[in-house]
Design a protein around this ligand. Structure first.
Ligand code: GCW
Length: 690
């Protein structure tokens, strides 16, 4: 009987090629491997890891000898490497590790290996964890923190070490080399000695994987935990306090990276509390860190409930300070001028601050994109952003080139992603959200890589057949055609689909309440800050819809460079994807395809819903290629995703229809909900969350 069962089991395995998986191995699933000999004359913990990865993952020629070599080479940047058939050469140990992961990825994805030099686009490729010391994660949708579980629970367990090692390995495999362990809404407690000791334990695990540790700090720390009467950056006692604290950190973590600071933003303390500027505050910290080569990443995410358009405020605040920051200060700017919306134009600070190092901040966790429920591949959104033409230094001065050091003379170049990682077995809440962690790493390493290539790699590594036997080549072919191609297309379409059913044509921030999940174009409780309510952003009225950011409105367009500004300012040349971001447009405005704005809006929302229904179909057809566990979980989420898309469409169209007073084009599907029902449902949700 047992024999029979085993045979049956083996048959099922062979015929489907899929084992049950919980996703914990990410894109690093175990593969059948082939022996290889790896040589290196230098020894180090990092090189050991590289050697072991090659030995445990080799799928190239049997019996091949690979040589790892450290050498000086003008063509190689710090973490870069040169690949040859029989060797990996690099300037640093980490470079060898990245080279090892590159070879293995190519073997597993079937990409060829020619001799080439591969350098990273940014020196600093970091994750920002919004993890609180109590173990909760702000805007986290994948369980609790992997680093913290409360200040009464700071001892380090063997499980911690295992998990941090897996985390480090996953990051190194995509080139991420830095991490901020805690929330930008930082508790001052993070700088107390017991907490720093736990940070040291994390740093010790991450170090061999080439990853440096950073902390987010609270500007008021000298007052709150240091017992000083002030945190004024120009006060000598405050300066001495920071120097002392920095020394304590470096005694524990000799390669500590530096600080990330959210100051004078959303209620956080900052130098302005003492009548000082952001430059005064950042420079004071930079001076403390400078002797150790540490850096300060100072966030530009600032806005107040004033009469000024929120989209303009970061630029207004920071542009006058250009040139005043120390060399080891980097201004961290969110990709768009508002806040990680499904689609935003790039922030005008990119390329404009020419004497200051500026780094993009992307959000990997999907606060505004369906969280861990919707299936959204973010690479196309980031690709669009990185390729945006700022026109600051003529054609070709894309955001990528304005930040990677190729246009401006800068010592550091950096890019950050707000992590989507938690204690969930699959790390990210949604299996497809793993692709966004992967994509962030790949784009930070190579900002010119296409989203299609990233999706291709990720799908092969995450869902591909694990067995490379000759006999299974028919299966591989089938897999390529019937799984890889359609599922890849689904990923590539998923961001645009989300924009369609949530906020097409430049609409933004029309979420209900502070959960930032469901639709709430109506949401504006009495007494709420207007810039936290959707009507502030969509401005719908009987004439039309959209935020007038031209010279007759808030004039935010003037913050963009000449030729781009004039293109955006003209309603006829402004890209339609940003139409309602920059213009208040009449319901009857003629779109490029001849439809009226109202009709086009209806078509877009409808299209978004149809796209998600198509994703369900694609996934159902993929069933035979995926293990039951992952298949069912994704299928389940897609059902909810579809329902949500429908709700978004009905809520927005029925609400805006009160202003347009026009019918939804009759050829389109009718709403399935009515507005009162949706309002009632929303109210209930808001009440529950309070
Ligand atoms: O996107 C908003 C979030 C806040 C976040 C803030 C920020 C960490 O809603 O939760 O706070 O941005 O980026 O500082």
């Amino acid at each position: 009987m047992i024999k029979l069962l085993t045979a049956l089991f083996a048959f099922v395995l062979l015929s489907t090629g899929v084992n049950a998986e919980d996703g914990h191995n990410l894109w690093l699933r175990a593969k059948s491997t082939i022996p290889v000999e790896v040589r290196c004359s230098k020894k180090s913990p990092t090189i050991n890891i590289a050697i072991n990865e090659l030995k445990n993952g080799w799928q190239g020629k049997a019996g091949q000898v690979i040589e790892l070599k450290i050498l000086k080479d003008k063509l190689l940047k710090e973490d870069g490497f040169r690949l040859r058939e029989n060797s990996i050469q690099a300037k640093t140990d980490a470079g060898l590790l990245y080279g090892a992961f590159e070879i293995l990825r190519r073997q597993q994805t079937g990409e060829s290996l020619t001799e080439e030099v591969i350098n990273p686009s940014y020196n600093l490729r970091l994750l920002n964890h919004w993890d609180n010391l109590d173990g909760s994660v702000e805007r986290g949708y994948a369980g609790r923190s992997i680093f913290w579980r409360g200040i009464d629970s700071l001892e380090v367990s063997a499980d911690d070490i295992n998990l941090w090692t897996e985390y480090a390995r996953a990051n190194a495999s995509v080139g991420i080399n830095a991490t901020v362990l805690n929330n930008v809404n930082a508790s001052p407690t993070v700088l107390t000695t017991p907490v720093l000791e736990r940070a040291k334990a994390v740093a010790d695990v991450l170090r061999p994987y080439g990853i440096k540790t950073y902390l987010a700090v609270n500007f008021a720390s000298p007052e709150v935990i240091g017992g000083l009467e002030t945190a004024d950056p120009l006060n000598p006692e405050v300066q001495a306090w920071w120097k002392e604290k920095v020394k304590e950190i470096y005694d524990l973590i000799p390669d500590f990276g530096g600080f990330l600071v959210k100051a004078n933003s959303e209620g956080q303390p900052g130098p302005q509390n003492f009548g000082r500027t952001h430059a005064d505050g950042a420079n004071m910290m930079a001076e403390a860190l400078e002797p150790y080569n540490g850096i300060v990443m100072w966030r530009a995410f600032v806005y107040d409930p004033s009469d000024e358009d929120r989209a303009k405020q970061a630029y207004n605040e920071f542009m006058p300070l250009d040139g005043q920051f120390h060399e080891n200060v980097i201004i961290q700017v969110k990709n768009g001028p508002i806040d990680f919306q499904p689609r935003e134009p790039f922030s005008p600070l990119f390329g404009a601050m020419k004497q200051t190092t500026v780094m993009p901040e992307l959000q990997v966790t999907m606060e505004y994109l369906g969280q861990s429920v919707h299936l959204v591949f973010l690479a196309p959104m980031w690709e669009e952003f990185l390729k945006s033409e700022t026109r600051q230094e003529g054609v070709g001065s894309t955001v990528a080139r304005c930040t990677d050091g190729s246009l401006f003379n800068q010592k550091y170049s950096a890019i950050a992603g707000v992590a989507n990682i938690g204690l969930d077995a699959n790390w990210c809440g949604h299996y497809f959200a793993q692709a966004n962690w992967y994509a962030f790493g790949r784009q930070a390493w190579n900002h010119s890589i296409t989203s299609a290539r990233i999706a291709d790699e990720w799908l092969k590594l995450t869902f591909g057949p694990q067995n490379s036997d000759e006999e299974t080549s028919a299966y591989d072919l089938e897999w390529n055609l019937s799984f890889l191609q359609p599922v890849k297309q689904m990923m590539l379409d998923s961001h645009e689909a989300t924009v369609n059913y949530m906020m097409p044509l430049g609409l933004h921030h029309i979420f209900s309440a502070h959960a930032h999940y469901g639709p709430g174009p109506w949401w504006a409780p009495d007494g709420m800050r207007p810039d936290w309510t959707p009507p502030y952003y969509h401005q719908a009225d009987s004439f039309g819809i959209g935020f007038d950011r031209t010279a007759s409105g808030s004039d935010a367009i003037s913050q963009y460079r000449g030729p781009l500004a004039s293109q955006l300012a003209d309603v006829n040349t402004c890209p339609e994807a940003f139409l309602l971001w920059f213009h208040h447009v009449s319901w009857d405005h003629k779109m490029k395809n001849g439809r009226t704005l109202w009709n086009e809006l209806c078509y877009r929302y409808d299209e978004g819903v149809k796209q998600v229904r198509e994703f369900q179909r694609i996934w159902d057809k993929a069933e035979r290629f995926v293990d039951a566990e992952r298949f069912a979980a994704i299928q389940y989420k897609l059902t909810k995703h579809s329902l949500d898309a429908q709700e978004w469409k009905d809520a927005c169209l029925l609400y805006f229809q009160q202003f347009s007073k026009q019918p939804i084009p009759y050829e389109l599907e009718r709403p399935l909900y009515n507005l009162d029902e949706l309002l009632e449902r929303d109210e209930q949700r808001v009440r529950q969350s309070e």
